[in-house]
Write a protein that binds this ligand. Structure first.
Ligand code: M6R
Length: 369
């Protein structure tokens, strides 16, 4: 049942190109328009919504953080992202014009379920992004977009995360389409690149051997830090979460721009720091800023592990280890940048003799508060 792999997690990492393709299947037509009529949210609701609120936990929350960048950029609607466990105890401001998106692989996470119940009581419409057909969260939502990743068995979420991202991009583009956002060249290029992204994920998977070797060499470290900016920041959080739950190591993700506001004090000789570098094309300001962040931490002794686009030469002098990912539009980069972090955490867990599919103290779905 593990299909020849030692762990379900390895199998699920390898399944990601297909999972991503399955999430897209039948949802983009030949003209590059989105066909999500299956979600059955009336066009008037989408047109009149004045705010999006995303609720989720854990890895699904990280997908939501990335979705915020896409939704705000492509639809110009404000979007808040909240941990479901915080949201419902905060007396959030919601009404009939709020579109709530609940993201959950299992569809059974209690905190997310309670958050969506609360939102519906306030009159908000809820769209679930879910991987499990017929589970409670989609049943209790107004609409659902299934991710079609296939069953995810390993406790650590991998293919569910990538497909949640794809579903979020589809929703963001669909919202834009329904609300009459100008369908310019940028959006057309994104849709084209999104429809080809599964090949890029496949290419990343083919180049993971050096990442595995690097992970093994770090097995006796106590701490690994992760830095990113823009959509690379939630990717850094996700990389850190994977490492905590699988390798039981102290791992933290930071927004690179926050370094000087505290975290840089943690940098010491030979501390591994993974940096997710935004594309040098497009928002090149962000790229240049992160290159200076890498220089700053390296000058203080950090061992820099740099994840950067193919052809990005500016990072080469400051990277102790360089992990290449294919060039993608900025907002889609998490789909390729997360994969090495999953492989890294999985290999470290194995090297440390941990139970990969069933880490200590964790359950696949958290159905209690
Ligand atoms: O089933 P859900 O997507 O609602 O689960 C949410 C989290 O419990 C889950 O993503 C958890 O953080 C994973 N173990 C992370 O790998």
């Amino acid at each position: 049942e593990k299909g020849g792999y030692d762990y379900f997690m390895l199998k699920e990492i390898a399944e990601q190109p297909k999972a991503v393709a399955d999430t897209l299947l039948g949802r983009i037509d030949a003209e590059g328009s989105l066909t999500l009529d299956e979600v059955r949210i009336p066009a008037s609701v989408l047109r009149e919504a004045d705010k999006v609120v995303i609720v989720a936990c854990g890895t699904a929350f990280h997908a939501g953080l990335i979705a915020k960048y896409a939704i705000e950029h492509w639809t110009r609607m404000p979007c808040e992202v909240e941990l479901a466990s915080e949201f419902r105890y905060r007396d959030p401001i919601l009404d009939r014009r709020t579109l709530v998106i609940a993201i959950s692989q299992s569809g059974e996470t209690m905190d997310t379920l309670m958050a969506l119940r609360h939102a519906r009581e306030q009159g908000a419409k809820v769209l679930a992004i879910c991987n499990t057909n017929g589970s409670t969260i989609p049943r209790e939502s107004d609409a659902v977009l299934y991710t079609h990743a296939g069953p995810e068995v390993a406790v650590a979420s991998t293919k569910a995360f990538l497909t949640q991202l794809v579903a979020c991009y589809l929703v963001a583009l669909y919202l834009g389409q329904r609300r009459g956002t100008k369908w310019g060249d940028e959006i057309r290029a994104v849709i084209r690149d999104l429809s080809r992204i599964s090949c890029e994920v496949e290419r990343v998977l083919e180049t993971m051997e050096p990442v595995r070797a690097l992970a093994r060499s770090l097995k006796d470290k106590r701490t690994v830090l992760f830095l990113g900016r823009h959509v690379g920041y939630p990717v850094a959080l996700e990389g850190a979460l994977k490492l905590k739950e699988l390798a039981y190591m102290h791992a933290e993700g930071f927004a690179a721009g926050e370094l000087k506001h505290g975290p840089i004090a943690l940098i010491e000789e030979d501390l591994p720091v993974v940096v997710v570098v935004p594309s040098p094309r497009g928002r090149s300001v962000l790229h240049d800023k992160i290159v200076s962040n890498i220089q700053e931490i390296r000058a203080r002794g950090a061992r820099t592990i740099v994840i950067a686009e193919e052809g990005d030469d500016a990072v080469v002098p400051y990277a102790d280890h360089l992990i290449r990912i294919p060039a993608t539009p900025t907002l889609l980069q998490p789909l390729v940048a997360t994969v090495p972090l999953q492989v890294f955490a999985c290999e470290l867990a194995t090297a440390r003799g941990n139970e990969v599919d069933q880490p200590r103290n964790l359950a696949k779905s958290v159905t209690v508060e």
